[in-house]
Design a protein around this ligand. Structure first.
Ligand SMILES: Nc1ccn([C@@H]2O[C@H](COP(=O)(O)OP(=O)(O)OP(=O)(O)O)[C@@H](O)[C@H]2O)c(=O)n1
Ligand SMILES: C[C@](O)(CO)[C@H](O)COP(=O)(O)O
Length: 233
């Protein structure tokens, strides 16, 4: 059996509003390296990934990202794609540019720079079996459903709740079908897994790492630095 062709779509075209920084959060420095560069370096190192497409804002496409790619010499970054109004649109823009020979598409947030290489490898391997996988961790806190007036409606059983991250990895055909259906029906989800769920297709949960955080608010940068310091010990 020939090696499956694996394309990675890294979405990094958001505004980073919750970060409240003057620079788009993807380009904030983390231990001396832009956040997005940390993310791209993990995919560059992954022996199972054949191409990387990065979805960014129009400005970043011409400015920041070109410099980052040149400086770090990423060989697998094959295309820079312009993002959309939502994460889902950005991902779809990237998906449409994936090499047509792709068997597997691994989707990942540019704002998750601490993803482990083995999480990428495991995601790809499990997707070859299950066709659809998402990475997550069992929640540690109790989660409550709250109404519009912030009164608690109910508390789901914690032992069935997982906090879902990225990578989320799918066969190319399944992911394309899911995005096209969502677009046709005007459905906007917060992750790609939701779109595939709407097809009624079972998605395998892969237990990931709690330190694969999404850098969203200012304190996440401090947490990320601490995680890197611990890893470097
Ligand atoms: N229109 C969008 C929105 C988000 N993203 C990307 O999706 C990932 C997860 O989104 P999030 O962390 O919410 O990033 P932002 O949307 O930039 O953050 P905020 O909601 O605070 O503006 C990020 O890497 C972000 O760049 C994207 O490519 N295109
Ligand atoms: C895709 C995701 O990272 C899974 O947890 C998350 O849904 C992205 O949400 P965001 O608001 O676009 O950051």
């Amino acid at each position: 059996m020939s090696k499956p062709y694996v394309s990675a779509v890294i979405v990094a075209a958001g505004q980073g509003t919750r970060m409240k920084a003057s620079t788009n959060k993807q380009y904030l420095m983390l231990k001396g390296k832009p956040i997005l560069a940390h993310t791209l370096s993990v995919f560059e190192k992954s022996t199972l990934v054949d191409e990387v497409l990065v979805v960014v804002g129009e400005h970043e496409k011409s400015q920041c990202l070109q410099k980052v790619i040149k400086y770090y010499g990423y060989k697998k970054v094959k295309k820079l794609v312009t993002g959309g109004e939502t994460r889902q649109q950005s991902m779809y823009n990237g998906l449409k540019e994936v090499n047509p020979r792709a068997d597997i598409v691994i989707t990942h947030d540019g704002a998750r720079p601490l993803v482990h290489e083995y999480t990428i490898q495991t995601s790809i391997a499990e997707t070859l079996i299950h066709k659809a996988t998402v990475v997550g961790v069992p929640v540690k806190e109790t989660i409550k459903i709250v109404d519009a007036k912030h009164f608690v409606e109910n508390t789901p059983k914690r032992d069935v709740l997982w906090s879902v991250q990225t990578p989320q990895t799918f066969t190319y055909d399944l992911l394309m079908e899911a995005h096209q259906k969502a677009l046709q029906e005007g459905f906007i989800g917060t992750d790609d897994g939701m779109l595939v769920e709407r097809l009624g297709y079972p998605i395998k949960m892969i237990k990931g790492q709690y330190d694969n955080i999404k850098i969203t608010t200012p304190e996440d940068l401090i947490i990320a630095e601490s995680i890197i310091n611990i890893r470097m010990r």
